[in-house]
Design a binder for this molecule. Structure first.
Ligand code: F3S
Length: 653
């Protein structure tokens, strides 16, 4: 039987298991990436595992999430990351050089290679045929040490794109259309493989916008075939020799096929506060807009910013609206400059941010209270912009720019009719890439140019906490009952005042779930054990392992949820928290403050492969909770987490 692109790449990298959907497989990792909010833990864990050199073909450390240095803590973290990259043999991308997914795409992403990254949008370079997965930091540390990465073999779903995008519809609208149709859970357990003439019609920056947003669908990864456009794009980056041909076999079998006729798409917008809350722009037209931001890892390439620049030529941003361009990389900023667009944009009233995640996680450019912000980003979870009760809409650069011109949400087609001389900018590839860009840029320090050969730990760098082996009896309070779609931003907010403690778990844990209940952290510490209770899709969002590490530090023993997001569930195993699935009736019945006891011997049950556990609530009623875990995940859980488990494996082997 023929193979899909996903099966071809995984087959080549398979070290354990079979490519049967739902079965756990181990794959060899060629490249890893990590960023500054997850990277400090990655390197501390790498050190704790007594590893001394990166074993993958390539590892890259980016400084992108928190580049503004309010006090010494971020500066300390960045210096530590530079020293770790130098000591252990990774590339180091300096703060200001750009967002990991954009910079990695430009410099290192290669078709046919596997990439594991401690950031949930790691699948971005799937747009140029790389098989890329987001994972928790500890998985990255182990992979960098040469260990395989274990993941449930996903179903491979074909997204067949036909037709061509009409004027004013964009790649962002392809992704928003899928989010509206499939919801934020629609891709769980799946790889989305794009094919068809519509896929061929899209450029690499357009494809990577779509693969970036695959994360919002919950997909394990997203990937496109390679073709002449891939080759041309790699040539622009002076990496043409890294091109390989990738296409599914003609008789490849997919678990499902979703058809999208690109010619039927129109400008779409995701309303507050979930990326799948998608409607046609015309439905919310007339809404006043105070802030517009173009950029991020989703639409931060030069080619993403160019349409807005063209639309603003000879025009101005509305006086009551502020417009910011936040390029995804220094390369994008430099291209805008080389082509003369920076001055044009400034003349139109646009301000520039440095190339950083920044506003995407509420670090800078926080919207005014009770105001609407339109962003070309990928997430609009409530509060993520840095202010509670925010009103963030997600859209294409064209829709964002139209709003900046009009001062309100407007379908760009209507704005063009009104203005009479506004033409659809289309999508144009830049060509003036070249000398001074790429790996030779002084902002990328290669392993052979390292400036440090020892770790530099300032006072903000703490230790990695460890957990004891899994106990036999687990009993405790239902410390917090939460609804569906609780995100990692709810569990550990990524705002500047909190994230600066990312390397200091004791301090960071004080903020655990503070956005849901600000008494939680202290109550959990006082209770010395207990459970979290949640509805569907618990832990969606980022790969932030602090969302498991901090509850573990506070003494939480397990999570009872109707379902879990993939990366977060892996992080719960990695830090020794028992993830148990409960049905809707149990979820409805259990109350915050109830006493929950796992009746069975948990340690024995986990080790022996037991799938169903009885929970007794308030010594009054009982229900069944399921543990869906591979043998390896059970061993990790029983050992008290992956760090202890991996150490034990190294010691014995
Ligand atoms: Fe950064 Fe936001 Fe992307 S935090 S990696 S720009 S999703």
């Amino acid at each position: 039987m023929g193979q899909t692109i996903t099966e071809k790449i995984l087959d080549e990298h398979l070290v354990e298991g079979e490519l049967t959907p739902g079965e756990e497989i181990g794959i060899e990792i060629d490249q890893v990436l990590t960023q500054d909010t997850t990277g400090t833990m990655v390197w501390l864990q790498f050190e704790a595992l007594d590893l001394d050199e990166v074993q993958t073909e390539l590892a890259a450390q980016y400084c992108d999430h928190q580049t503004y240095q309010f006090d010494f803590k971020n500066t300390d973290d960045h210096r530590f990351l530079r020293s770790a990259a130098g000591t252990f043999g990774a590339y180091f991308s300096r703060p200001g050089n750009g967002i990991c997914h954009q910079v990695h795409k430009e410099n290192f992403a290669a078709p046919g290679k596997t990439l594991l990254g401690s950031d949930s949008h790691t699948p971005t370079p799937g747009g140029l045929g790389q098989f890329a997965i987001g994972a928790g930091g500890l998985d990255i540390a182990v992979a960098m040490g040469g260990g395989p990465y274990y993941v449930e073999m996903p179903e491979v779903v074909n997204v067949e794109l036909t037709g061509e995008l009409p004027e004013w519809a964009t790649a962002k609208d392809v992704a928003l259309h899928l989010l509206g149709e499939l919801t934020v859970k629609g891709g769980v357990g799946k790889v989305l493989e794009y094919t068809g003439e519509g896929a061929e019609s899209l450029t690499i920056p357009e494809r990577t916008t779509i693969t970036n947003l695959g994360t919002e669908l919950g997909a394990t990864s997203s990937i496109f075939p390679t073709d002449g456009k891939t080759k041309e794009w790699l040539a622009l980056q002076d990496r043409e020799d890294e091109f390989v041909d990738l296409a599914p076999d003609e008789d490849a079998e997919y678990a499902d096929t979703i058809e999208v006729d690109l010619s039927s798409l129109e400008p779409l917008i995701a309303c507050p506060s979930m990326p799948d809350n998608v409607v046609p722009v015309s439905e919310v037209a007339g809404t006043d807009v105070e802030q517009v931001i173009i950029g991020s890892c989703t639409n931060g390439a030069y080619e993403d910013i160019l349409p807005g620049a063209k639309m603003l030529e000879g025009r101005e941003v509305d006086r009551k609206t502020e417009m910011i361009v936040a390029p995804g990389s220094k390369q994008a900023s430099e291209m805008l400059s080389r082509e003369g667009w920076t001055a044009e944009l400034m003349a139109a009233g646009v301000n520039f941010s440095e190339a950083t995640c920044g506003a995407c996680i509420g670090i800078g450019h926080v919207p005014a209270s009770d105001s609407v912000s339109l962003r070309t980003f990928n997430r609009n979870f409530e509060g993520r912009s840095g202010i509670e009760d925010d009103s963030v809409y997600l859209c294409s650069p064209e829709v964002a720019t139209a709003a900046a011109i009009a001062g309100e949400i407007v379908d760009p087609r209507d704005l063009a009719d009104d203005l009479g001389d506004l033409e659809a900018p289309g999508f144009e590839m830049g060509s003036n890439y070249g000398p001074g860009m790429g790996r030779d840029d002084p902002d990328i320090i290669g392993p052979d140019e390292a400036v440090d050969d020892d770790l530099i730990k300032g006072p903000n760098i703490g230790d990695v906490p460890l957990k004891d082996e899994l106990a036999s009896d687990i009993e405790g309070e239902a410390l917090l009952k939460m609804e569906d779609n609780i995100t990692t931003d709810h569990i550990i907010p990524a705002t500047a005042d909190i994230l600066k403690f990312r390397s200091n778990i004791e301090k960071l844990s004080e903020f655990t779930l503070s956005r849901v209940d600000d008494t939680f952290a202290q109550r959990a510490l006082d209770a010395d054990g207990g459970f979290l209770v949640a509805g569907e899709n618990y832990g969606q969002g980022s790969s932030r392992e602090h969302a498991a590490l901090c509850p573990m530090f506070l003494g939480v023993e397990g999570v009872l949820a109707q379902s879990f997001a993939r990366i977060h569930k892996a992080n719960l195993f990695n830090f020794g928290l028992v993830p148990l699935t409960i049905d809707e009736e149990t979820y409805e019945r259990i109350e915050q403050g109830d006493d929950v006891q796992i009746v069975d011997d948990v340690g024995d049950g986990v080790r022996s492969g037991q799938e169903e556990f009885t929970i007794r609530v308030n010594d009054d009623w009982e229900a069944t909770a399921r543990l869906d875990a591979s043998e390896r995940e059970r061993d990790i859980l029983a050992a008290g987490g992956k760090l202890s488990w991996t150490k034990a494996q190294h010691d014995s082997g």
